[in-house]
Design a binder for this molecule. Structure first.
Ligand code: NAG
Ligand code: NAG
Length: 195
């Protein structure tokens, strides 16, 4: 089950329900997407078994980076899309009914894929969402570890790690990310973390 941002205030009202841990969840116009290792990454991407990883745009691809130059993201438009600066996250599902094509997601200078959103998962954690699918991280040419989409019914590729990207509130406020603004920025649910 997924919850939209609009449901967040309702969850707040229903905070007596023990199933959801919405404590620490806030909203922000800018956010980072963070992956915290769970130790299950296979050899090609075993770098993902330590550190903290962030989604960022690199050479037109959506990559995971361990550098502090994390991609500052925002959601925009009446139909939700997600962008970094002037490039929008573009998801082109592929593969067969059961096997994904393993292609990198793109950050392109276009309007982005609709809907790409931040939604609360079953634990009440705001995560990257697209059409009920999941995400995996795979090794590209060179050292890149890129993000790839797995449609409902498809399995993860053996060489890739299943990743969920958690929305983390940005401490950066609204600055440079407004530069490439593609539409009205919409607040997203995010987790506040302190380093
Ligand atoms: C992007 O959206 C704008 C505003 O809705 C529209 O005018 C434009 O044609 C779109 N561009 C593409 C490449 O779809
Ligand atoms: C929700 O997302 C968090 C962060 O990725 C993850 O740790 C948790 O297992 C997820 N819960 C469910 C039920 O998918």
């Amino acid at each position: 089950m997924q919850f939209t941002l609009a449901s967040l205030s309702l969850l707040g009202l229903a905070s007596a329900a023990p199933t959801f841990t919405t404590r620490g969840i806030s909203t922000s116009p800018t956010f980072n997407l963070m992956y915290t290792p769970d130790g299950n990454a296979p050899a090609p991407v075993d770098a993902l078994n330590s550190g903290t990883w962030y989604l960022a745009a690199s050479n037109g691809h959506a990559v995971l980076t361990s550098f502090s130059s994390r991609g500052l993201l925002y959601k925009f438009g009446s139909d939700p899309r997600i962008a970094q600066a002037a490039v929008s996250l573009t998801i082109t599902p592929g593969g067969t009914a059961t096997v994904p094509d393993g292609q990198p997601l793109a950050f392109e200078n276009n309007n982005g894929t609709v809907p790409v959103d931040i939604q609360l998962n079953d634990s009440g954690i705001p995560t990257l969402w697209h059409d009920g699918g999941r995400f995996q991280a795979c090794r590209g040419e060179g050292e890149d570890i890129f993000l790839s989409y797995v449609q409902p019914g498809q399995r993860f590729l053996a060489a890739c790690a299943a990743v969920e990207l958690r929305s983390v509130c940005s401490e950066h406020g609204v600055g440079e990310e407004m530069k490439g603004k593609l539409g009205k920025i919409v607040d997203v649910a995010c987790v506040r973390i302190s380093n």
